[in-house]
Write a protein that binds this ligand. Sequence first.
Ligand code: NIG
Ligand code: FE
Length: 424
Amino acid sequence: MSNRLLIRNISQLVTCSGFKAKQGRDMNELCILEDGAVAVENGVITHVGTTPDVLACLDGYYPEINAQGKAVLPGFVDSHTHFVFGGYREDEFSWRLRGDSYMSIMERGGGIVNTMKATRESSFGELKERAKERLDELLAMGVTTVEGKSGYGLDLETEIRQLQVMNELNKEHPIDIVSTYLGAHAVPPEYSGQTDAYIDFLIDEGLPAIHPDYNVRFCDVFCEKGVFSIEQSERLLLAARKQGFDLKLHADEIVPLGGAELAARMHAMSADHLLHISDEGIRQLAEQQVVATLLPLTAFSLNEPYARGREMIDGGCAVALASDLNPGSCFSASIPMLIALACIQMRLTPEEAITALTINGAAAVGQADRIGSIDVGKQADMILLHYPSYKFLPYHIGMNIVETVIKSGKPFQVPRLSDRPYFK
Ligand code: NIG
Ligand code: FE
């Protein structure tokens, strides 16, 4: 009996109903019910409707949560992070405040290679402990599924250590983790000046070393001027696809290189960053139904112009939003801030921002059929807000208004900073 749950009298039930990515105008459809209810059994949603309708269908005892005065939404899917890493780069952040660019720091041997050194020196236990703390913070902000990338080892042993950390945490932590192999995050010092040879190494030894037991779904590449070219990225991604990986790309982040077009040509699951995407890139992502994953916290942190989210949605793209949590370009996974930036700076509507963090985030990790919305048959991942409307998410800027997270039907109360009276 205790594997059941009923959430009832929900002031605003935002289901985001759907089983695939929402493109363009459809991103505004949140599918809202007043006085809603959701019943759960064995971690799966069994009933969704108004409270009287759901009650009429239920038999037997259900532990109940009364959600009067609250909005309920699907759990958030953070579909692009680098949450497993050693060390920090606070000095580089200060240098950037003084005017140094992200790429100039990278060219001087800082950047990703700096974190690579710290990650290679970190034990499995150290990496796991820090990563777990980051997951705890994400859960408290309503994230129920997170994508995580390797890419700070750039050798066989450390890349696998990162992937194994994610695999273990996926089993032990309430958050579900979708793993991505990002061996092509930077060229390691051992291959300095030999980028093609490093790509050969990734194809011949890196990809084959990813054992199926590590549960790695995606292969990703930092396709960028001065890092991996379009040709090098394509060569790696073709090999990855042959080995059964789905594809993601860091595309058009720093310069307009044609990464979005490559993602469209390769039928990648998502193209990410896209600060400098071309008009043709927007058209092709929409046409090929590649999810455009936007990371406004990174643009904010790097003080770069935001991706053209408004234009992408108007052009028919399926846009997802993600944190990009990493120790360099964006040491933040603040979901509240991310939502505010998406709405205020990229001019997404609150409805589009929520779609981007739920069903479209689920699509970006290839799981729109089982998470990302409150539909019968889906995993019971939901959040309850302190407020009666989803519109408080962008409006209460930078504040965490998640009261309870339901993960696979199990409730987690989020500790409050203070007791705030509202709607008296
Ligand atoms: O997504 N751009 C490449 N990768 C990361 C940054 C990683 C780092 O700086 O450590 C990103 O922004
Ligand atoms: Fe990234």
